[in-house]
Design a protein around this ligand. Structure first.
Ligand code: ADP
Ligand code: MG
Ligand code: MG
Length: 248
């Protein structure tokens, strides 16, 4: 589903990713853990196609297509979804309106019937109930005045509604208390599917107690320096990043 080879990325003239290799097969959930400043968000931004992230070397393909050659909107239509570490506030744009147009753009691209307001509301209310969200989320402006935890829930809500093929969650656990974390993890787990891959980026092992990944990768200094099963996350928690960095 996602194949990254020797990716080098420069931001503001500074090389952040320095030859990153990563493969996430269809149906798998992979976790990326790494210390602050190791390049985790840079990786998610470059995959989503954010301006200012210059690829100087390497390649990335999504379902066999050259991901880096696609416009950001095209990536989204093809089923790439990024849940941001710092979700943006869009005052004046209703959350429901925003999400319905995004959902319908994807449905149209897939050749599926678009959802009218009533049909959208029904699916959205269902998803919000599962995620423990208040109905008024839909009528509020996108993320405006949302607490940190509400923004994170809203990201998972968007993901649930968009049914992406590849979802990247950048520190979706930060700012969540333990109850919200469980709800969000349940929401993510409910989206596990043989046709869907997920990349869960986190600083802490805690989230991975609830979203048990197929593989764990350690990102340090702009490269994947170790990969393993869920036990690698437990080892990181016990030993910290330094021993693994020293061994790499
Ligand atoms: P992480 O998400 O793992 O904490 P980031 O990808 O956010 O790491 O950042 C990686 C490194 O890139 C950090 O050293 C950060 O200071 C640097 N960086 C990120 N964005 C910029 C930018 N716009 N200009 C210069 N340096 C940046
Ligand atoms: Mg960080
Ligand atoms: Mg980050």
């Amino acid at each position: 589903m996602l194949d990254i080879e020797k990716l080098h990325v420069t931001v503001d003239g500074k090389e952040i990713l320095k030859g990153l290799d990563l493969s996430v097969p269809a149906g798998e959930v992979h976790a990326i853990m790494g210390p602050n400043g190791s390049g985790k968000s840079t990786l998610s931004y470059v995959l989503a196609g954010r301006d200012g992230y210059e690829v100087t070397e390497g390649r990335a393909s999504f379902d066999g297509k050259d991901l880096l050659a696609m416009e950001p909107e095209e990536r989204a239509r093809e089923g790439l979804f990024l849940a941001f570490q710092y979700p943006v506030e869009i005052p004046g744009v209703g959350n429901g309106t925003f999400l319905r147009s995004a959902v319908n753009a994807v449905r149209k691209h897939r050749g599926e019937e678009e959802l009218d307001a009533g049909a959208f509301l029904k699916v959205a209310k269902d998803a919000m109930k599962r995620l423990g969200m208040n109905k008024d989320f839909l009528s509020r402006a996108v993320n405006a005045g949302f607490s940190g935890g509400e923004k994170k829930r809203n990201e998972v809500f968007q993901m649930t509604m968009l049914e992406p093929r590849l979802a990247i969650l950048d520190e979706t656990d930060s700012g969540l208390d333990i109850d919200a974390l469980k709800i969000v993890a349940d929401g993510v787990n409910a989206l596990r599917d043989p046709g869907r891959s997920m990349l869960v980026i986190t600083h802490y092992q805690r989230l991975l107690d609830y979203i048990v990944p197929d593989k764990v990768h350690v990102l340090s200094g702009g490269r994947i320096i170790a990969s393993g099963g869920p036990e690698l996350a437990a080892r990181l928690e016990a030993e910290g990043y330094a021993t693994i960095e020293a061994a790499a």
